[in-house]
Ligand binder design. Structure first.
Ligand code: TGC
Ligand code: FAD
Length: 397
């Protein structure tokens, strides 16, 4: 009989091309050798090392699906494998990468002018120019269509708009050089995308305070974008895209990436819980892995992780053929985040009291996975997106 591999229960490696497997191996080696040793200290001290983005840039991991502009141009499945490798270490490191790659670079690539692409993408691909994505506001998270940030003609600078308003919970904002900010254009009341540059903002027009003391995603840096007549040249508005289709199109790629990433985090939990269960002995010297209740926890988690990879691979293949509906992405984002969170919480029990020590890593994953279930559309919001597609009736309002 064929041997069962608990690390790849459904033999999914068979679904990937040789190139994709080679890319995954490069990413896994970098993540385990260079990122894993830093994560504990980074998480303890909420200290995001932005050199990580430069290192990823050197390996071609940023904006990896983009063709040209110094990007690798790999398949969506290969980019998913990269994301899974990064999040196996920490969801915060994946967050920094997702925002740079899918949200900031992805938005400029999909909707930018040729000049905007030439100006920003090569530096962003190398991790030399750092980007962020400002959609959420203090009063509008799940409902970004009600945003208050406004773009008006600049009162003194001809050929410029001024952006005023506040974005919050923005990954990378305190260290970002460029901000893809979504705001309502006063003339039309329609949402437009603006590429705001820190270097173009006079003192007092832009501030990006860090949000500290988080109880999850501590290895990633999060902050606000506070704009008070921040200047943006007319040519830095994304052309030809208005309304929520702009930000949501960027989110399709980021949500797709998360559906891979969270399975990497869950796989790390499975690996650590299995090792612990085999080593820890209770009652007459038996490893706790001998007990049926412990085995069921591992079996459930391994099943959900393997199903998650199959589903993400299928959607990735369809995405590259232009056949992935946004609702498919809602389905895998919601399901994989929910299952990763539920299973990681259950696997945490295997560690007993030691789960409380950060050196066992499991508590960090659990806290992070709560955030992944919340951002880029909280799971219940994705349930409503699916419910709308199934019934034809929207239930948001
Ligand atoms: P709705 O009427 O549904 O749609 C408005 C317009 O947008 C279009 N659209 C999409 N286009 C492309 N892809 C999608 N997935 C799309 N979803 C909608 C739609 O066709 C329509 O276009 P048009 O041309 O007809 O105007 O809008 P709504 O206001 O009713 O939206 C409801 C809802 C709940 C679906 C939506 O607001 C939503 O998804 N809310 C969740 C918000 C969210 O995901 N925020 C994420 C912020 S970014 C982030 O969290 C980054 S964290 C990253 C990290 O650190 O890793
Ligand atoms: P709310 O919208 O207030 O929702 C609270 C709860 O109410 C949720 O459970 C939600 O599902 C539920 N709810 C809301 N409306 C409905 C409804 N109609 N029916 C049923 N239930 C409903 N945003 C960015 O723009 N860029 C970023 O880079 C970014 N990074 C982030 C990083 C971190 C660490 C975090 C925590 C968030 C980040 N976000 C970012 C923001 C994130 O996208 C929002 O937190 C998320 O969209 C939810 O919005 P909210 O927090 O305002 O919650």
């Amino acid at each position: 009989p064929v041997a069962f591999d608990w690390k790849d229960p459904l033999g999914t490696n068979n679904m990937f091309t040789e190139d994709e497997l080679a890319i995954a191996e490069t990413a896994e080696s970098y993540c385990q050798e260079r990122m894993q040793p830093r994560v504990l200290e980074a998480y303890r001290h909420e200290d995001y090392d932005k050199k990580i983005l430069e290192e990823m840039g050197e390996l071609g991991l940023l904006g990896a699906t983009i063709k040209g502009y110094g990007c690798a141009g790999v398949s969506s499945v290969a980019s998913g494998l990269i994301t899974r490798a990064v999040e196996r270490v920490d969801s915060g490191y994946r967050s920094g990468m997702s925002v740079q790659s899918s949200l900031a670079m992805g938005g400029i690539e999909e909707f930018g002018t040729e000049e905007q692409k030439e100006k920003f993408l090569p530096g962003m691909a190398k991790g030399k120019i750092l980007g962020c994505f400002g959609l959420t506001e203090p009063n509008h998270g799940s409902d970004p269509g009600s945003m208050e940030t406004i773009a008006k003609p600049h009162p003194t600078k001809k050929g410029y708009y001024s952006l005023s308003g506040a974005k919050t919970w923005i990954t990378n904002s305190p260290i970002a050089d460029v901000f893809l900010v979504w705001a309502k254009l006063q003339e039309t009341g329609k949402i437009r995308g603006f590429i705001l540059e820190r270097s173009e903002c006079p003192p007092g027009t832009l501030s990006t305070p860090k949000i500290g003391d988080k109880n999850g995603l501590r290895a990633s840096i999060t902050g606000m974008i506070q704009m008070d007549e921040a200047p943006v040249a007319h040519e830095m508005m994304l052309p030809d895209i208005e309304g929520l289709r702009g930000p949501f199109s960027c989110l399709n790629s980021a949500r797709y990436g998360i559906s891979w990433g969270v399975i990497g985090a869950l796989e790390d939990c499975i690996d650590r819980a299995r090792t612990y269960a085999l080593e820890r002995k209770q009652f007459k010297g038996n490893p706790i892995a001998k007990y049926q209740l412990v085995q069921k926890k591992l079996a459930d988690a391994a099943t959900d992780a393997a199903y998650g990879i199959v589903a993400a691979t299928q959607v990735g293949r369809l995405k590259d053929e232009g056949k992935a509906a946004p609702e498919m992405i809602s389905m895998i984002k919601r399901q994989n985040c929910d299952r990763a969170l539920v299973n990681s919480r259950i696997l945490q029990e295997i560690f007993g009291g030691n789960a409380v020590s950060d050196e066992y890593h499991i508590g960090r994953h659990v806290a992070n996975l709560f955030v992944t279930q919340t951002y880029e559309g909280q799971s219940d919001i994705h349930a409503l997106i699916l419910g709308r597609a199934i019934t034809g009736i929207q239930a948001f309002v």
